[in-house]
Every structure is written in structure tokens, then in C-alpha cells.
Design a protein around this ligand. Sequence first.
Ligand code: ADP
Ligand code: MG
Length: 257
Amino acid sequence: MKQGHSLFVTGTDTGIGKTMITACLTALLARCEYDAVPYKPIQSGGIRMGDTLIAEDVAFYQSIHPLPYGQDELCTYCMEPAVSPHLAAQQTKVFIDPDCIARQLQILRKNHDFVVVEGAGGLAVPLYESEQGIYMTDDLITHLHLPLLLVTHPGLGTINHTVLTVKYAQAHGIPILGFIVNYMPQQPNSMERDNVRMISELTGLPVLGSFPQITDTAPEALRMQLDELRTHINLALLLERLEQAEAELLQIKRMEE
Ligand SMILES: Nc1ncnc2c1ncn2[C@@H]1O[C@H](COP(=O)(O)OP(=O)(O)O)[C@@H](O)[C@H]1O
Ligand SMILES: [Mg+2]
């Protein structure tokens, strides 16, 4: 019987390292005997190769950890324009159906201990427009009943970016497990150290990991560094926070039914 845990990886911005963290977290969980897989429901900026579109994030996951799936199972909507999903969907006439994403996530959860879901961009990202209004990333997260793992950075501006993202998630009733601070220098300066302290103080949320600035991000080099990277993520605390959030989300789900 698989455990079916799941969480949603978001970031303070696009390019913050969500794919890096999703891929490495999946691989690190697998090293702790969890059968973990990543899932990217919506990818814009797909790379055209003849008749097919390559979801770059999925290709990266596959290069870091062997996965028993092809792209179709790990990415439900891959669109070519490198713009916000709502615009990519409009331009390519794709109809994004949150229930289709929920069904695929359910299949993965049934068959694996852990599904690490990666969002597109940050949290306040429109996914599609309809007569009912604008469907946002936070609507999808609420629909999927997932807690958030927030990838952030230690540099200038992070206090503002991180606190705004946390407040936005909280305003939409989404539980947050904590932060992974990406691009952490080996020897952080006083500002970087204080930034990390301050985002935790201001939000009351734990730092679950400080992921280092990596010199060689080629997949083969990264695979060699996984044991080292494992020391930078507090998996025990992440799992503890996840169990609490899952209990909270289960209650919400029961009240909705
Ligand atoms: N800790 C890190 N050290 C060095 N490069 C990184 C690190 N995290 C991410 N990157 C690089 O930064 C770029 C953006 O990261 P990515 O994970 O794709 O971000 P996102 O998924 O949030 O858009 C990629 O080229 C990735 O290899
Ligand atoms: Mg990504």
C-alpha cells in the first residue's frame, strides 16, 4: 500500500530553482526508501522537436532520477509559448481542466509514496480565463488539497518576495510547510544570514533547507552530489510538517463534502 503523500512546490518567482528542488527532493526521498515521483501539471515554454513538445522540467527530473514514466504521465499540459500559462493556453487553444490534473495526481499518489508537484512560475499566476473568471494557481492548489513548499533565495529583496508570497497563500487558506532557501552561498554574508532569519521570524515558518549554490549543474555532476545535498535539507522536519498539514487539509476536505 503506497503512502500517497504530496506537496506543491512554488517559488517567489520563476527561475528561483523549483525544478532543481523538485528533482533533487524526489531523488533524496528515493534515497530514504520513499518511492517518489515528480509531477508538473502545466508547463509553458515547451521545446519543439519536430512533432513533439518537450517539457524541459520533466526532462530535467528524468536526468536526475530514473522514473518509470514518459513525459505524458508527468506533465498534463505542455504548451509551446514561453508566457504565462493562461496566455499560452489561449494562444494554442488548449483547454486546461483542473479535474484532469486532479485525476492524474490521484493516479500517481495511488502508485507512489510521494508526489512532488511543481507549479508554473509563482503563486499569483493565472492558469486560464473562462466566463467564470480567472482561474489562478492558488485555485488549483486548493482544488488539489495540497500544502506548499516555498522555494526562495537569501539575497536582496527576499524578505519582501517571501513575506508577500506567504501572506498571499495564507489569504487563500493554503497551508505552508516552510521554505527551502536556494542559491545559499557556502559562506553567507551578514545580510544573507539575516534575511533567512527575518523571513522565518516574520512568517513564523521554518527553514526546511538551505540549498547551496552549485557550480556544476550538469545532471551527471548533480547525481554525484546528491549525498552531499541531502545534508542541506531537513527531511525529518519536512515530513513532520507534511503530516500536520495533511491532517489539516483532510479536515477541510471533509467539511467541503
Ligand atoms: N542551487 C543552484 N545552484 C546553481 N544553479 C541553480 C541552482 N538552482 C537552480 N539553478 C539554475 O537556475 C536555473 C533556474 O532554475 P529552475 O530550477 O529551472 O527554476 P524554476 O523551476 O523555478 O523556473 C536553472 O538553469 C538551474 O540549473
Ligand atoms: Mg521549473
